[in-house]
Write a protein that binds this ligand. Structure first.
Ligand SMILES: NC(=O)c1ccc[n+]([C@@H]2O[C@H](COP(=O)([O-])OP(=O)(O)OC[C@H]3O[C@@H](n4cnc5c(N)ncnc54)[C@H](O)[C@@H]3O)[C@@H](O)[C@H]2O)c1
Length: 310
């Protein structure tokens, strides 16, 4: 494991269990002090339990402390930043990892579930970065050699491919990509990088998958073999000084495989004079020029249906 210099302080949301706990451990092993921010809710985001974050922090030891409030409001995000500064004096690393799931087909969905998932999985990341980045920027201004700021947004391949019944979750996770790109641009001059990582790992969420067909059964069997420590080591690398030039990128980690993803850019172009700008001529042009570039309507589960390297 590479080392983070002594002075770096990290916040891991959803750090009380699963992938977040592995990331918190990896950052602590690399020398960072870590705030485990976790309200200890169920997968659906209810029944908070403060012992989740406290247990994780005491397991990591003296380099970790617990913050047990939900981070899903601007006030609690600010309280988390104040708590981190009061405890450790600074904020260098933010890992936006907390998330909930409320799946249902779009034609059966409940607007309250949309609000809850967007609030926790997307708005909370925004609120935390809105509260943290002025502090990180000031740290960058105070030290012209500062290159240590790191933000990692934990997204999902569901947000890239879509998945049946995951309109809320996929929309929030796709939203994290826009946030990642923009924060990477906004913070580039302050020595702060911002990247997104789509993980695959066995956690309580993977265990809860109810396979609806054979391909989902196979996906679940494979996913349950994946350790979250591979994801955590890659996130620790992104937080290392060796990754100071890596920003605005989208990765996935599945066991001992790391993928870098393309990001949407124009692939082909049609143009036509105004006199010929009609539904008919567009239909002909789209079929002729764009069909080869259509993206197959497949889920992330289908796209990653190969045996992982574990
Ligand atoms: N497990 C996978 O294979 C997988 C796949 C794709 C994406 N992800 C993403 O990885 C991340 C971690 O997933 P996991 O499987 O470890 O999930 P998990 O449910 O085990 O852990 C998530 C943690 O977030 C906490 N949390 C939720 N809402 C919170 C809030 N408002 N405030 C504070 N804490 C809150 C929960 O208490 C929980 O401990 C999530 O962003 C998830 O979407 C996981």
């Amino acid at each position: 494991m590479t080392e983070i210099h002594d002075e770096r302080e990290a916040i891991v949301t959803g750090g009380g269990r699963g992938i977040g706990l592995s990331i918190a451990r990896a950052l602590s092993q690399a020398g960072a002090k870590v705030v485990i921010s976790d309200s200890g809710v169920s997968i659906g985001g209810i029944n908070p339990d403060p012992t989740v974050a406290r247990t994780a922090a005491s397991e990591i030891g003296s380099s970790a402390i617990a913050f047990t409030e939900s981070i899903a409001t601007p006030e609690s995000a600010k309280a988390l930043i104040d708590f981190t500064r009061d405890s450790y004096g600074r904020v260098d690393i933010i890992i936006n990892n907390a998330a909930i799931l409320r799946d249902s087909f779009i034609f059966k969905s409940d607007p309250d579930d949309w609000d809850a998932v967007i609030t926790t999985n997307l708005s909370a990341a925004y609120h935390l970065l809105a509260a943290a980045t002025p502090v990180m920027r000031a740290q960058g201004k105070a030290d012209s050699n500062y290159k240590d700021g790191r933000i990692v947004n934990i997204t999902s391949t569901a947000g890239l491919y879509g998945n049946f019944g995951q309109a809320t979750y996929a929309s929030a996770k796709a939203g994290l990509l826009g946030l990642t790109r923009t924060v990477a641009l906004d913070m580039a001059r302050s020595g702060v990088t911002c990247n997104a990582v789509a993980p695959f790992a066995a956690t309580r969420v993977t265990e809860s998958i109810q396979p609806a067909n054979e391909s989902q059964t196979e996906y679940k069997t494979r996913a349950l073999r994946l350790s979250s420590h591979h994801v955590a080591t890659f996130v620790a690398y992104l937080c290392d000084e060796k990754a100071k030039h890596v920003s605005g990128q989208l990765f996935a980690v599945r066991g001992r495989e790391v993928f870098i993803f393309s990001q949407p850019r124009p692939k082909a172009r049609i143009t036509s004079p105004d006199s010929d700008w009609s539904v008919n001529s567009l239909a002909i042009a789209v079929d002729k020029e764009f069909i080869p570039d259509f993206i197959a309507l497949e889920t992330d589960l289908e796209a990653f249906n190969t045996d992982p390297v574990i």
